[in-house]
Design a protein around this ligand. Structure first.
Ligand code: NAD
Length: 451
């Protein structure tokens, strides 16, 4: 391996912020106020749950330290000449947390607030998520601190290609396989695949979430949203919720949120509130997610959508809407000590990663709100990414029904195994899920002789 191209964090390139004229977003603030109780970073939150789960497993302190830190952290400088004629310098990250169970796997996020702490936290979450779902991957995550929403397609392409050129040595279809996350999509994956292919030859299995024309899997785009609806069907049994009586609120009407909304409505539920970075809307009569999406795709802003009974509300009012199900599907930390108590949903299904802070989790637990945690709730994306990778290695395409059915089998199994562990050890679902994941990673690490 050529270490010249890999700047580890210890010897990293100078951390670079977004340039002054690109980093001012007038839109909804994406970060939650911190819980008064503890100024916890994203990574501290993930470590907090790791510790609770490790306690339940009586894990020794030296073993804990192996899993608390990442195997490899890469930080690279991405200088790009933007359309304003100036060179802007962004920071790109790839964190490979643990590869005991297989190649590293995880999305790449483009957002002005991306930093190493966040990518580290998300990489660790991926390790536990793939283990809980029993798919043969380790955990990784990537990100670039660029203001994606303010960049042209041409600028995004240059940033993406430059990032891949700088981290390609740590990638590979049996080494580390990126995927889409916030502000990255099939187009970005196509550029990544193409750039990697220039250096290594045509390699579709190097990324997942690609366009169908380049070896993407049928069902991948909607997989995370579909998984959320599968989780609803499982949890609804315990809560005696019937779809036709279920009102749903979605925070973050992007890939995950808009697909969840559409699939909830197909099941007979009603979408009564939705939001994105531009604002929020509600309608007690119900919002047609297809019409809302068409409005946004035509260049309209979400809060300007005018359907029957629709009115614009604030981002905080959205969380307080009278509903049965709330799906946070935007950024981490949006449900916190300051707003958890006013949430009226009976069931929260975490589409986003880490949307609920630990203090909020406790408040919700005391209120009796049922929370399906991120590590199972949003695993649909990585499960179908796994199917895409398998199809690429087989050079064979599966039908969409086959993809959806296999996804259902895996997610239902994960939900039931986590539920059984929670019951057996009297643990909250989130801690039970982590415990199951940690146990499996530990077993693989021991079998390999890592630990
Ligand atoms: P996306 O970029 O397609 O959509 C994100 C949406 O959130 C956009 O509509 C954006 O406007 C909105 N948003 C941003 N800030 C907001 C705010 N402060 N308030 C309300 N809305 C806001 O991203 P995505 O792929 O849908 O990912 C969303 C979340 O789901 C992320 O946390 C991601 O890590 C997680 N996730 C995604 C996948 C996947 O397959 N895409 C899988 C697992 C988890």
């Amino acid at each position: 391996m050529n270490d010249d191209v890999i700047a580890t964090v210890e010897q990293s390139a100078t951390p670079a912020g977004a340039p002054a004229d690109l980093d001012k977003s007038p839109r909804v603030s994406s970060r939650a106020p911190k819980d008064g109780a503890a100024e916890m970073t994203n990574f501290e939150i993930v470590s907090h749950y790791f510790d609770l789960a490790a306690d339940s497993l009586d894990m020794e302190p030296d073993l804990r330290s192996v899993f608390r830190s990442a195997y490899r952290e890469v930080q690279v400088q991405i200088p790009v000449r933007c359309l304003d004629g100036k060179i802007h310098v962004f920071s790109g990250y790839r964190v490979q947390h643990n590869g005991a169970r297989g190649p590293y796997k995880g999305g790449v996020r483009y957002h002005e607030e991306v930093d190493l702490d966040e990518v580290r936290a998300l990489a660790a979450l991926m390790t536990w998520k793939t283990a809980i779902a029993q798919i043969p991957f380790g955990g990784a995550k990537g990100g670039i601190n660029c203001p994606a929403g303010q960049l042209s397609s041409d600028e995004l392409q240059r940033i993406t290609r430059s990032f891949i050129d700088k981290i390609e040595k740590v990638l590979g279809p049996t080494r580390d396989i990126p995927a889409p996350d916030m502000n990255t999509n099939a187009q970005v994956m196509a550029w990544m695949m193409d750039e990697y292919g220039k250096l290594h030859g045509h390699t579709p299995a190097i990324v997942t979430g690609k366009p169908i024309s380049l070896g993407g899997s049928l069902g991948r785009e909607e997989a995370t949203g579909r998984g959320i609806v599968y989780m609803f069907r499982e949890a609804a049994r315990s809560l005696a919720l019937r779809p036709e009586e279920t009102r749903v609120v979605v925070q973050g009407f992007g890939n995950v949120g808009s697909w969840a909304a559409r699939l909830f409505c197909q099941l007979g539920c009603k979408l009564v509130g939705a939001s994105d970075v531009d604002g929020a809307i509600q309608s007690p009569i119900g919002i047609d997610p297809e019409m809302l999406l068409a409005h946004i795709r035509a260049g309209g802003k979400l809060p300007e959508y005018s359907g029957p009974g629709v009115e614009a509300i604030t981002a905080e009012e959205l969380l307080q809407l009278d509903c049965e199900v709330l799906v946070p599907a935007a950024l981490g930390g949006t449900i916190h000590a300051g707003n958890a108590d006013s949430i009226r949903a009976r069931l929260i299904i975490e589409g986003a990663n880490s949307p609920t802070t630990p203090t909020a989790d406790e408040i919700l637990n005391q209120k009796g709100t049922f929370v399906v945690p991120d590590v199972i709730a949003n695993a649909g994306g990585v499960v179908v990414s796994y199917f895409e990778w398998v199809q690429n290695l087989q050079h064979f395409r599966w039908g969409e029904r086959e993809v959806n059915e296999k996804l259902g089998v895996i997610l239902r199994r994960a939900y039931r195994e986590v539920g059984a562990r929670a019951l057996r050890d009297q643990l909250p679902l989130r801690v039970a899920a982590y415990a199951l994941g940690i146990e499996r990673v530990l077993e693989a690490a021991k079998d390999r002789g890592y630990v």
